[in-house]
Write a protein that binds this ligand. Structure first.
Ligand code: ATP
Length: 456
């Protein structure tokens, strides 16, 4: 890890993360047998478990633990006027330049200023084109006729689905301001720079919560949500010295935003945005009111039917980007022996046990003498509560290493004593400590260990 420069640990790199993700079935390149599809990735058996758990963790945090937040799942395909009202049709652009010689394409804001001014390609030294604006929305057609009349967009963010449903939710669920609406879903952006694995992709998932407040209360709730989002990462068990706030300067701030902060994480390629907390004012609802002609005012029945268009405080996170952060944060290489070969090191994914794709692996010491059957019975007794795995292949040390790489927090080993007295060995991933526990107490033992988990 970057901050542990002692001889007992090695550095994490994007190559190592990508390679482990593929090797262990977290993330595969999309359409790999055809050479891969840029900007798209597939989530394998361990990856989908991890992604689902992060999503559930966020969802619980937002809805179950906040009485005033409800959920929504809006469609990806929305009326094209939504994107006119939101400003995406005219403003959702990146500045692009192309190299006339090697044909490479760059985001003008990401290349060296001197090279841009001199119109010199950073790759081959060839001549660059003028900077032009490139809209990031994917277009497609709906309906049987392909004459442009059915042109719609794949949504580039989930937030607009929340804004256009805000009145429905106030009415159907009798929500009173302040309240929030949470949503998780796919978003699509025609990103030109898609390196760094799943950090920036064309198809990704967002976890957004839009909080509706009375104008004037916005600054108070903006601070409240900054604080809440920081605490969320503490709960996730992330190393907090790898996180920092970045306040948008005047040049970065969207024209409608009053204030905006990003939470950044120190990825192997440097400090990068993880999620944003934005004070969006009443811009979005006013624009939808203007373009749709529908009244977007909230009627405050508790205060003499006072009417106003609410302000919105947004917390906008990338689910897939958060998963990359969790992979980077969990990755560790630890020296466990001193024999002078690669076996001295173990690769261990130190996921919070609530996020780990497999919670418990059950390993019979031997396949014979009824140990495999007993191990299968023990696995069956844990299945209802935990994601389990079963492995009887190879030496026990190798099996522990395989589970370490998958980030499995508990291995339960079944041996000859287990047959006699019903006890098993629970081996913990992080400390590698082993403890004898009766099989009937496994469920509560594991539950307590998860609840009290603290990353060393
Ligand atoms: P950037 O400036 O990096 O393009 P952004 O500021 O436009 O990102 P937002 O529109 O605020 O990003 O999106 C909110 C969150 O969605 C981001 O913090 C990030 O976690 C995630 N996100 C945005 N674009 C992508 C992408 N192309 N791939 C993966 N995640 C993304």
């Amino acid at each position: 890890m970057a901050e542990q420069k002692n001889a007992d640990s090695r550095e994490v790199s994007m190559e190592k993360i990508t390679s482990l993700a593929k090797r262990r079935g977290f993330v595969f390149q999309s359409s790999e047998i055809y050479g891969g599809q840029a900007g798209a990735w597939d989530y394998g058996p361990l990856g989908i478990e991890l992604k689902n758990r992060i999503q559930r963790f966020w969802w619980k945090e937002m809805t179950q633990l906040h009485d005033d937040i409800v959920g929504l799942d809006a469609a990806i395909l929305m009326h094209p006027k939504v994107w006119e009202a939101s400003g995406h049709v005219s403003n959702f652009t990146d500045p692009l330049v192309d190299c006339k010689k090697c044909k490479s394409r760059f985001r003008a804001d990401l290349i060296d200023e001197k090279k841009l001014a001199a119109k010199t390609c950073p790759e081959c030294g060839g001549e660059l084109t003028d900077t032009r604006k490139f809209n990031l929305m994917f277009k497609t057609n709906i309906g049987p006729v392909d004459d442009g009349s059915g042109q719609i967009y794949l949504r580039p963010e989930t937030a607009q689905g929340i804004y256009v449903n805000y009145k429905n939710i106030v009415q159907s669920n009798r929500m009173k301001i302040p309240f929030g609406i949470a949503q998780v879903g796919k978003a699509f952006r025609n990103e030109i720079v898609t390196k760094n694995f799943i950090f920036r992709t064309c198809e990704f998932e967002q976890m957004e919560m839009q909080y509706f407040v009375k104008p004037g209360d916005d600054e108070k709730f903006f601070e409240y949500w900054r604080d809440q989002r920081w605490k969320y990462f503490e709960k996730l068990g992330v190393r907090m010295d790898k996180l920092r706030w970045h306040q948008h300067g005047k040049d970065e701030l969207a024209h409608y935003a009053k204030d905006a902060y990003d939470i950044e994480y120190e990825f192997p390629m440097g400090w990068k945005e993880l999620e944003g907390v934005h004070n969006r004012t009443d811009f979005d609802l006013k624009r939808h009111q203007e373009v749709s002609g529908k009244d977007m005012q909230y009627i405050d029945q508790d205060n003499g039917n006072e009417r106003y268009v609410p302000y919105i405080v947004e917390t906008s996170a990338g689910l897939t980007r958060q998963m990359l952060m969790i992979l980077c944060d969990a990755y560790d290489e630890e020296k466990v022996a001193d024999k002078g070969n690669d076996d001295d090191w173990r690769t261990v994914m130190r996921f919070h046990p609530a996020l780990a794709p497999i919670t418990v692996a059950v390993l019979p010491l031997m396949k014979k003498d009824g140990l495999a059957e007993l191990a299968q019975d023990i696995r069956a007794s844990l299945k209802e509560d935990y994601a389990t795995d079963y492995d009887q292949a190879g030496a026990i040390g190798r099996r522990y290493r395989r589970q370490d790489e998958a980030g499995t927090p508990f291995c339960v080993t079944v041996d000859y004593d287990s047959k006699e007295d019903g006890t098993v060995t629970v081996r913990e991933r992080d400390s590698m400590e082993q403890k004898r526990v009766h099989k009937d107490e496994l469920l509560s033992y594991i539950r307590d260990r998860i609840k009290n988990y603290k990353r060393a």
